[in-house]
Design a protein around this ligand. Structure first.
Ligand code: GDP
Length: 692
């Protein structure tokens, strides 16, 4: 059966860790009939969790795509990771979605990490509906959760679409406000189809239903003028019109309808699926993707249409034990056939698509073609990275690629048995291909392999995977923060490399200016030599010498960033000058310039949010202060305080353990990379000394 594009839903489930994302996904797969046995997360069987250690940790790190069917729709679920250390993964998967179900815990409401996830959805403009989960828990409150979403995230644009009946373990029904119908759950149905019946909502809910319906209509009117006009003229408004207006508001990210239930007890998930179909956009409802035409370098649009030239974005590379490299791609336009050739516009290479797979949670299905709107797994592509565009060779296009942040933390790894070295490097290569925010290098000085990534847990997972998937046991070194260096003031320097005694001489001579640039600008080079004081052919050598020099600053050997180098004068010798001599002269000038420019160390600063009960507030703040943290603000939410702070990453090692012991495990925190910032002088001395 083929589905028309308006019947497609490419969605993600996004949530704060522990809110129930995995369970919700599981139940969706169960109800859509794909997965016939429900895997409980705590039993480590969740269908979407591909890798062992995810199951053990009960968190989902890697995203995979799963196709399922509900009513007359095909729903493709992209699993988005929930942990902060992997926000790049979240961002990457959000990009290829048309909509997202944001899951919140009915007891905790909005938690710090949900804000990060929400901000990301907002950055990629992904429309969202809300599912308040865990209504079976004591203290769960659907309306309070919707209020907290409105206060903290949605700026009042979320609206409750349902009324839960009964509290905690007596939660046994849901009223659909728009129809006034009530579904009753007759069993807890942890492992079975729940028995449900539909009936009219009890009469004593009439007022509440009317009031809530009014709120939905009012909010829908805010986003739909035609509806607003009808409403003002007191004309009859049909159910279909309200739904259509809400749907429109969702697509524009101006309205966030909220639904409730308990995934664990199988209540409300089918209604949530109805809501996905009713309110989340199809590929036709979202703006067409834009890219850069490789030939003309002009911006072009690719419409969600089979007749357009083929274009797809690779959003996930996985190595699969059975078929090798699997490229998960979102097809934005045109048709992709198995057995055909595609052009990788990012790499300029042509590759053959040997097979196309649609992934279901318990099986993979071979398909002959994929077209606009589809999420597909491609077998056969050899050289590809996340973010690459695959397209029709005669219409090459680069869909904007995903920014990959530079790693902020590293450690050395060494195989316990020497013979495992090659196996380890191969495995690291694979992991880098799957996740470019993870990198590895060989350090010639120490003879060690260094791995780097976005956080402590990120690297922990890599080491874990080495052991489990690749059977390589490694010795891990100390965690190291990735510092950078820059200069604080301009420098004007001369570099001269002259050797003229015996044999062939060497002569290179440059005058350079080095100036600090704003944080995050990177590196710029300008050639301002006039009158040929340095012949043209040596300029590239100067540039290259500078690039090499910048890789290692003079304080800790960290990369040098945020500065501009201007080559403005120098001299040469007819016979003795060479590229090597100019490179050497440049490197000498660089060292001098770093001294003159008062070089300074930059360290990664993390944005940290801690949720703690009142009574531990003092201890939590004191601890953050002792970690050179800067408290930015505090927010009260009942008896919980949220502390916002900026803390150097170097001071955050082992924070989870410390916070747990400080607060008897009652506080939670989230952390996200914020920026690089200068280190205070005294601290810099300590760090430099420790590196020596
Ligand atoms: P994730 O980290 O967001 O993927 O959350 P999980 O789906 O792994 O759920 C976290 C924990 O909450 C697990 O122990 C689940 O069994 C539990 N859980 C999930 N949904 C519900 C629910 O509706 N009610 C209750 N009481 N527990 C739930």
């Amino acid at each position: 059966m083929t589905y028309t594009l308006d019947k497609y839903r490419n969605i993600g489930i996004a949530a704060h860790i522990d809110a129930g994302k995995t369970t919700v996904t599981e139940r969706i797969l169960f109800f859509t009939g794909v997965s016939h046995k429900i895997g409980e997360v705590h039993e480590g069987e969740a269908t979407m969790d591909w890798m062992e250690q995810e199951q053990e940790r009960g968190i989902t790190i890697q995203s995979a795509a799963t196709t399922c069917f509900w009513k007359d729709c095909q729903i493709n679920i992209i699993d988005t990771p929930g942990h902060v250390d992997f926000t790049i993964e979240v961002g990457r998967s959000l990009r290829v979605l048309d909509g997202v179900v944001s899951v919140f815990c009915g007891v905790a409401g909005v938690q710090p990490q949900s804000e990060t996830v929400w901000r990301q959805a907002s950055r990629y403009r992904v429309p969202s509906i809300i599912f308040v989960n865990k209504l079976d828990r004591v203290g769960a409150d659907f309306f309070a959760a919707v209020n907290s979403v409105n206060d903290k995230l949605a700026e009042g644009r979320s609206v409750a679409m349902q009324i839960p009946i009964g509290e905690s373990e007596n939660f046994n029904g849901i009223i659909d406000v728009l129809t006034g119908k009530m579904v009753k759950f007759h069993n807890d149905a942890k492992d079975l189809e729940p028995q449900v019946t539909w009936e009219d909502a009890p009469a004593d809910y009439a007022d509440q239903i009317e009031e809530m319906k009014m709120e939905i209509i009012e909010k829908a009117c805010d986003v739909d003028e035609a509806l607003a006009e009808k409403f003002l003229n007191e004309e009859e408004i049909s159910l279909e019109e309200i739904k259509a207006a809400v749907r429109k508001g969702v697509a524009k990210r101006e309205l966030f309808p909220a639904f409730c239930g308990t995934a664990f007890k199988n209540k409300g998930v089918q209604l949530l699926l109805d809501a996905v179909v009713d309110y989340l956009p199809s590929p036709l409802d979202v703006p067409s993707i834009k890219g850069i035409d490789v030939k003309t370098e002009q911006e072009v649009e690719r419409k969600s249409d089979k007749s357009e030239p083929f274009a797809a974005l690779a959003f996930k590379i996985m190595t699969d034990p059975f078929v090798g490299v699997l490229t998960f791609a979102r097809v934005y336009s045109g048709v992709l056939k198995s057995g055909s050739y595609v052009y990788n516009a990012a790499k300029g290479t042509k590759e053959r698509v040997s097979r196309l797979l649609q992934m279901h949670s318990n099986k993979r299905e071979e398909i002959k073609q994929a077209s606009a709107g589809d999420i597909v797994a491609i077998v056969g592509i050899k050289d590809i990275n996340t973010g690459d565009t695959l397209c029709d060779e005669s219409h090459p296009v680069l869909l904007e690629s995903i920014d990959i942040p530079a790693p902020v933390i590293s450690t050395s790894v060494e195989p316990k048995t020497k013979s495992d070295y090659e196996k380890m490097v191969l495995a690291l290569k694979k992991m880098n291909q799957e996740d470019p925010s993870f990198q590895f290098t060989y350090n010639h000085e120490t003879g060690q392999t260094e791995i780097s990534g976005m956080g402590e847990l990120h690297l922990e997972i890599v080491v874990d995977r080495l052991k489990r998937e690749h059977k390589v046991e490694v010795e891990q070194g100390k965690l190291q923060v990735s510092y950078k260096e820059t200069i604080q003031k301009p420098a004007d320097i001369e570099g001269k490399f002259v050797k003229q005694s015996g044999g062939r001489g060497q002569y290179g001579h440059v005058w350079l200016k080095m100036e600090p640039l704003e944080r995050g600008t990177g590196y710029q080079f300008e050639n301002a030599v006039v009158g040929g004081t340095i012949p043209k052919e040596y300029i590239p050598a100067v540039e290259k010498g500078m690039k090499e020099a910048l890789a290692e600053g003079i304080l800790t050997g960290s990369p040098v960033v945020d500065l501009k180098v201007t080559l403005y004068d120098g001299s040469y010798h007819d016979v003795d000058s060479s590229e090597v001599a100019f490179k050497m002269a440049t490197k000498m000038a660089f060292r001098e310039g770093m001294q003159q420019g008062a070089s300074v160390l930059l360290e990664p600063i993390m944005k940290v949010e801690v949720d703690t009960p009142d009574e531990y507030l003092g201890d939590v703040m004191g601890d953050l202060n002792s970690r050179r943290g800067r408290i930015l603000g505090m927010e009260t939410k009942g008896s919980t305080q949220t502390v916002n702070a900026e803390v150097p990453l170097g001071e955050m090692f082992g924070y989870a353990t410390q916070l747990r012991s400080l607060t008897k495990g009652r506080a939670g925190y989230s952390m996200e990379f914020e920026c690089y910032r200068e280190v205070a002088k005294s601290v810099q001395e300590e760090i430099v000394a420790s590196k020596k």
